[in-house]
Write a protein that binds this ligand. Structure first.
Ligand code: KIV
Length: 284
């Protein structure tokens, strides 16, 4: 029986000044690794587009791909809270369709909550999804789905006016019913203000050390994604290189005939084999 972390437990961590850990996962093995490591929140991020599907933008994944991957992660996650990232165009145009899509993450893919990025009319969407009893995590600062409008993948809130706007958006999302907020790519002092102003937890990614928790993309921490590496990423290993070395060894073993060896082969009764070989005219 799964005993996953609840919204109340995540909020309680902020109250107790305990840092919240969040990490992305996109399939059964990455879900298992994150969950068994004791991560608090596993996010099936739309970064799926970049790190798993090889696409250029998160705007290129839709509901069906997100649900497909979330279902796989759901099979792995026992103790963490599972959050599904609502993809671009699944919540921007029509409120009842947005609620329907949020419910699909819960009912079809086994999520405990959904995440959505700030956009101009997002507060009504958050309220409607909350009315349908689906917990919502917000996302402010650099919002990759609308990065073009923000001038590209740049740090947001570097001057007082834009910082104030992010702080006010964060407060409005709390009032609309979000239980936590991702703060992406904003100056550390702005993240500190938001974290102090809000009673709900802030989870930073490129937002400095004073958030209530941190999130990173699993492929980035494991060294399995090289296409781009933002300044905020910390690599904890080079699994991409280690995997490549294993694959090269396997290839060499097959080509040289050292794999499979006796250990990896099946055997049969010697007498039976003798008869069979003579039946086919094969010597011993
Ligand atoms: O899609 C994603 O991976 C994200 C986070 C890294 C916050 O939204």
């Amino acid at each position: 029986m799964k005993k996953r972390k609840t919204v109340e437990e995540i909020i309680e961590k902020k109250k107790c000044h305990q840092k919240i850990t969040m990490l992305t996962a996109y399939d059964y093995p990455t879900g298992l690794m994150a969950d068994q490591a004791g991560i608090d929140i596993v996010l099936v991020g739309d970064s799926l587009a970049n790190v798993v599907l090889g696409l250029n933008s998160t705007t290129e994944v839709g509901m069906e791909e997100m649900l497909h991957h979330t279902k796989a992660v759901n099979r792995a996650v026992e103790q963490a809270m599972l959050v599904g990232d609502m993809p671009y165009e699944s919540y921007q145009s029509n409120i009842s369709a947005s609620v329907g899509n949020a419910k699909r993450f819960m009912e079809e893919a086994g999520c405990d909550a959904v995440k959505l990025e700030w956009f101009d009319q997002c507060l009504d969407v958050v309220k409607a999804i909350r009315e349908a009893d689906v917990p919502v995590m917000g996302h402010v600062g650099l919002t990759p789905q609308t990065a073009e409008k923000l001038g590209g993948f740049k740090v947001q809130g570097k001057d007082a006016d834009s910082a104030r706007a992010i702080i006010e958006n964060a407060k409005a999302l709390q009032t609309a019913g979000c239980f936590a907020l991702v703060l992406e790519c904003i100056p550390a002092p702005i993240a500190e203000i938001i974290s102090q102003e809000l009673s709900i937890p802030t989870i930073g990614i490129g937002a400095g050390p004073l958030c209530d928790g941190q999130v990173l993309v699993i492929h980035d921490i494991l060294g399995m994604f090289d296409k781009f590496r933002p300044k905020f990423v910390k690599r904890y290993g080079d699994l991409g290189k280690a995997a490549q070395e294993c694959i090269i060894q396997y290839k060499n073993d097959v080509e040289s005939g050292t794999f499979p060896a006796d250990d990896q082969s099946y055997h049969m009764n010697k007498e039976e084999l003798k008869h069979l070989r003579s039946e086919y005219g094969i010597g011993l």
